[in-house]
Design a protein around this ligand. Structure first.
Ligand SMILES: [Ca+2]
Ligand SMILES: [Ca+2]
Length: 292
């Protein structure tokens, strides 16, 4: 939903600063849509954290956190425009809870599946579009919505396609949403007998799956579906690919009887990737990936 601009509560000088740098309502330009923009966006809405302070230090802040804006960059991704500090967490394109432009996530590699979570989608029309290195759209997925402003829900969706190097997060122009939990999975196949996801079609040998996060994480949890033998594990890696932690899944030793095992890996604020590795003679799928 869209809230009334806070500008009316601000003194004139602050209002002018906000209007010039971080307008959060009634922006008359740029309808949402996938944009072909360069990594250095010439119309970056908020260059510094100071530019995007919601209330400019003028009195009661009504409990609203100061926004921090500026492109985000990590070993795995470059995201712009980018602001944090919104009421739902995650990230968004500009300060405030008004009009938000689309956000581009450039990957430092190519992926076959990208997952993102939309925070508080109220209306139809919030989507993620995926592009290859030629700039062609190779996939698009729409987020669920609850039709109820004032009730928080989140929707997580995965877009798949060949050679994804960039996704654009597009919000319905009259719906305030933020974004979170962007990650990629390679390989990524669904439709197996146990549900969840796996690396190859069928129930034969599965190669390891690499999950990469745009933002470094402290803990990653996943459930292995039907591990029969020892040797299936999750391993956490830092931004250089060095292993930080490893955890082996439990197993029941009994093909034909379904069991599952949930394991986590921990490394405070430094997990960029995890590898999901299965024993060569064991077919397993995965589900319930979560991280923070
Ligand atoms: Ca809602
Ligand atoms: Ca079993």
């Amino acid at each position: 939903m869209r809230f009334s601009p806070l500008a009316q509560a601000l003194v004139l000088g602050t209002t002018l600063v906000l209007a010039a740098g971080c307008s959060d309502g009634g922006n008359p330009v740029s309808p949402t849509g996938p944009r072909m923009v360069l990594p250095i966006d010439p119309i970056e809405p908020c260059e510094t954290a100071v530019d995007c302070e919601e209330d400019g230090g003028g009195g009661d802040d009504h409990g609203v956190s100061p926004y921090s804006c500026g492109p985000y960059s990590s070993a795995n991704a470059y995201i712009s425009p980018y602001c944090t500090g919104g009421p739902f967490g995650g990230f968004q394109s500009t300060s405030g809870t008004g009009y938000q432009t689309s956000i581009t996530v450039w990957l430092t590699y190519s992926a076959s599946a990208v997952t993102a979570t939309a925070l508080d989608p109220d209306l139809y029309g919030n989507y993620m579009a995926a592009y290859n290195s030629s700039g062609s759209e190779v996939g698009r997925v729409y987020f669920d919505y609850d039709g109820t402003s004032g009730t928080f829900t989140a929707s997580t969706k995965t877009v798949t396609g060949s050679g994804i190097v960039r996704v654009v997060l597009v919000n319905n122009s009259i719906d305030y949403v933020a974004w979170d939990k962007v990650h990629t999975l390679d390989p990524y196949v669904t439709g197996g007998p146990f549900g969840g996801f796996q690396s190859a079609s069928g129930t034969g040998y599965q190669t390891p799956i690499t999950v990469r996060f745009t933002h470094p994480q402290s803990a990653v949890t996943v459930t292995a579906l039907d591990p029969d033998y020892a040797g299936n594990y999750i391993a956490a890696q830092n931004g250089s690919g060095s292993e930080l932690a490893r955890s082996y899944f439990a197993y029941d030793g009994t093909p034909g009887v379904f069991t599952s095992s949930t394991q986590s890996v921990y490394a405070s604020g430094s997990i960029y990737n995890v590898a999901l590795v299965n024993h060569r003679s064991d077919y397993i799928a995965y589900d319930g990936l979560s991280f923070y």
